[in-house]
Design a protein around this ligand. Structure first.
Ligand SMILES: Cc1cc2nc3c(=O)[nH]c(=O)nc-3n(C[C@H](O)[C@H](O)[C@H](O)COP(=O)(O)O)c2cc1C
Length: 197
């Protein structure tokens, strides 16, 4: 059966971002379940705040690069911060730009449809960014993605995520791996493959 590919990114540009530390844990769970994961850094795809005039003057090249990446993958893995009870502008702005028309013409929203997503969050606060997950889940569903029901919000991230890829809490680590595995398993099924593991 064809290889399953997932595209992963953290919704923060901050060098010491907790979500940048968490996203490899999510990727690890998906890889253990058989998926190939491309982990990208949104710092490598800078975009202005969405502005129809910028789009009319010529689509930023990074929009096409992100659309091409999405087209090559079967699903998304996202680790997001929470800003004022919602998802950060970076995450929404990235999704909004990708949804714009692709270079060959069709709307970018067609690239999201029927793909699977898994979401987690991290925050120094006690709720771990849980509210951002609710908003992000809605936005992804609106774009046509199937978001797996499993999700994990890692609170007290300063203590729990001391380094990239290191989630010190055993139970939370298993939960984050579970989100990645659920995405891989559902994406395998939607791709029409038989998961024989
Ligand atoms: C504008 C702004 C709003 C924030 N609002 C929240 C919030 O509503 N809930 C929360 O848990 N943390 C909030 N925080 C704190 C972030 O969780 C914290 O900065 C976190 O480290 C950001 O994620 P990162 O480490 O991946 O960059 C906010 C931070 C900023 C800059």
């Amino acid at each position: 059966m064809a290889q399953l590919r997932l595209l992963a990114f953290a919704g923060s540009l901050r060098r010491e971002s907790f979500n940048r530390r968490l996203i490899p844990v999510l990727a690890e769970g998906a890889r253990a379940a058989g998926a190939e994961v491309s982990l990208i850094d949104l710092r490598d795809y800078p975009l202005p705040v969405y502005d129809g005039d910028i789009e009319a003057a010529g689509m930023p090249e990074n929009v096409y690069r992100l659309q091409d990446l999405l087209a090559e993958h079967d699903g998304l893995l996202i680790s997001t911060p929470e800003y004022n009870g919602s998802m950060p502008a970076l995450v929404k702005n990235t999704l909004d730009w990708i949804s714009r028309p692709t270079e060959p013409g069709p709307s970018g929203t067609t690239l999201f449809r029927g793909k699977v997503a898994g979401i987690v969050s991290a925050s120094p606060g006690p709720l771990g960014g849980l509210r951002s997950l609710l908003v992000l889940r809605d936005a992804l569903a609106k774009l046509g993605l199937v978001v797996v029901p499993q999700q994990v919000a890692v609170g007290q991230a300063g203590e729990r995520l001391p380094e990239t890829g290191m989630l010190a809490d055993e139970r939370l680590r298993a939960g984050v791996h579970g989100v990645g595995a659920a995405v891989a398993e559902l994406a395998f099924r939607l791709k029409g493959g038989v998961d024989e593991r």
